[in-house]
Design a binder for this molecule. Sequence first.
Ligand SMILES: CC(=O)N[C@H]1[C@@H](OP(=O)(O)OP(=O)(O)OC[C@H]2O[C@@H](n3ccc(=O)[nH]c3=O)[C@H](O)[C@@H]2O)O[C@H](CO)[C@@H](O)[C@@H]1O
Length: 355
Amino acid sequence: MNKNRIVFTGGGSAGHVTPNLAMIRELNQEEWDIVYIGSKKGIEKELIEKVNIPYYSISSGKLRRYIDFENIIDLFRVLKGCMDARKVLRKIKPNIVFSKGGFVSVPVIIAAKMLKIPIFIHESDLTPGLANKISQRFATRIFTSFEETIKYFPKNKTTYIGSPIRREILQGSAAKGRKYLNFHSKLPILTIMGGSLGAKKINETIRSAIEQLTTKYQIVHICGKNNTDHSMADIEGYKQFEYVHEELADILAATDIVITRGGSNSIFEFLALKIPMIIIPLTLQQSRGDQILNAKVFEKKGYSIMLEEEELTTKTLITYLDNVYEKRHEMQMAMNLYPNKNALSYLVNEIRNIR
Ligand SMILES: CC(=O)N[C@H]1[C@@H](OP(=O)(O)OP(=O)(O)OC[C@H]2O[C@@H](n3ccc(=O)[nH]c3=O)[C@H](O)[C@@H]2O)O[C@H](CO)[C@@H](O)[C@@H]1O
């Protein structure tokens, strides 16, 4: 039987990879040859290695919205990336390219367009990232996590489908999670996930409040690469991780409240799992403000409360936590009303239809 071929791309941070992982696991590998194109050193390389599919790396450059000398060098890197991607695509001859955004996806999309390969893209944030802004004109179909996002893209090819969530994230076991963490069931579990790359100020504030926090909660602190603090390794009821892979499902099943960045994929996962959230979005100094917008929509719908990083202190942290814990059932009721659109099955069906 002749197999169909699909190329996935996207990277830079885990949020541009985990939805791809969800689809890769969903597509029948007996029907599909699946290939990934990513950067040489990005997190996508590490994450895709775990699913055992061919990975091609290309040259990639950062896309900036401001004037900088580095832009000239990066422009050459992007052009080189287009040539690299074109070479890979000509060799693979895929039926479709699927992009989850991030800098590395742009050369792949441009090369796919030159070779007339159908292109699907998915936008996770409320407003489009720069990569997807560029890619939209080349895309055959565009899908979004937020309903509000469709207005930023051409109407005739854009569909709101929700967030494609990895199935295994929804199938965790609370008992296994507690066992893995060595936590009991007498105190609630608070998980802190500072985005896939960690979050310095959130990490520092959690640590400075740790004595107070551990009287009320057992704490899972996902701090980002090289951010664990060895001097705190023996504190009872406090577990630190740089990044959590397959155990995340069980940890989240055991979690009562989460403190999170406003990364779209993470907050949609917490919504699907009905875990009340405090969202501390990346600030305008650190980002284009997409997480602030994501957080505002979630707060308005009653799924979470937003704490701006500028307001983050030990005191506000404790006050917000008490507030969310008190309102947790109310928040879960609001989350129950969220219409589950099953974006993952939708996308996989649309991909199958194109072959
Ligand atoms: C700094 C930056 O550019 N952040 C962006 C990035 O965030 P970031 O990469 O942090 O993305 P998200 O929060 O959207 O997704 C993170 C993903 O990694 C997973 N995960 C995370 C930690 C961990 O230990 N284990 C694990 O599996 C989460 O379950 C989730 O699936 O992409 C998001 C989606 O476009 C944007 O909203 C963010 O603004």
